[in-house]
Ligand binder design. Sequence first.
Ligand SMILES: *Cc1c(COP(=O)(O)O)cnc(C)c1O
Length: 380
Amino acid sequence: MKFNTKTIHGNQQHDPATGAVMPPIYQTSTYAQKSPGQHKGYEYSRTGNPTRSALENAFASLENGKYGLAFASGLAAIDAVIKLLKPGDEVIATNDLYGGTYRLFTKIFENFGVKFHFIGFGDTQSLSALINDKTKLIWIETPTNPMLNIIDIEAVVKTAKATKILVAVDNTFATPYLQLPLNMGADIVMHSATKYLGGHSDVVMGALVVRDKVLAEKLHFIQNASGAICGPQDSFLVLRGLKTLHVRMQRHCENATVIVDYLERHPRVEKVFWPGLKTHPNHEIAKKQMKDFGGMLSFSTKGNRKADAIKVVENLKLFTLAESLGGVESLCGHPASMTHASIPKAVREKTGVTDSLIRLSVGIEDITDLINDLKQALKL
Ligand SMILES: *Cc1c(COP(=O)(O)O)cnc(C)c1O
């Protein structure tokens, strides 16, 4: 089945009880048993719920995996992955991670004795140098947030596989429409389904997809034991969102292409960060592992003044100034004071998150209106 059909039909079936085309919202916490332990596959909704199962199966299909797991948020999904580890274990992660992931690693899990190394993944040599027998997990995001750096997933997998280290990829920015990390050898794909998968800025949710049965069982155990599950109503909404993922992504990419071209030629713009640009340092890797270049981009204003960047995001009208991304509506943000405020200034500036950086999540509105909005906002 092709991807554009999978979003609508992949691992999905009509409700076996009634034939309902969309799975009903099974708003129940528990399930009747005929005799102790005799049930129809569901006992308690933390452990499993039919609406959530329908969504989890759809996630698995889209990422070309076997097992999908849905969580209360993207961070809850990441939390479950790190709970595979023990004190003393080491993780190697990208140094321009999503701010909340960095916070979870350094402020929560370091307290439990897990050690994190944050590096640029520009070359696999620096990765190899850090690997030792305590290294259990490599955590990467590509494209990264908000600098839109691209990590060569196959190269990382090749380095990790020699030593049986798990490779997890946060695929939130790319979505399975653009790239399939499991096909490239990764073990775990993670999503903030809050973003493109849900796609309508109305749900907070996380997802994991794996192929390995033993790994899936461990993660299911953690999902049930720790309990950060999502409810049936939210599961329904994300399942509905998934059905248009391919058409939304196509338009996100088309609109971003036009906006990048506009910003590149704008006298007030210093630099545009988007993997589709031929001048982007990782453009060739992006071309190799992605189908298109996505709807996320960042740019800095000339002169590197924080006040200018703030003014631009305040001026924008159609681009709503807000956290988050990946919805049908365009959003803008100032990473240094919003999504990345929890990362120390020295650390974030090293990765390029300067005070003049603006991040756009390009929506699927009419491109003429989006360009006009940028035009008026950049008249500083
Ligand atoms: C939003 C986001 C997360 C966290 O997901 P939540 O659903 O907000 O918990 C993780 N990684 C990336 C890349 C994100 O954009």
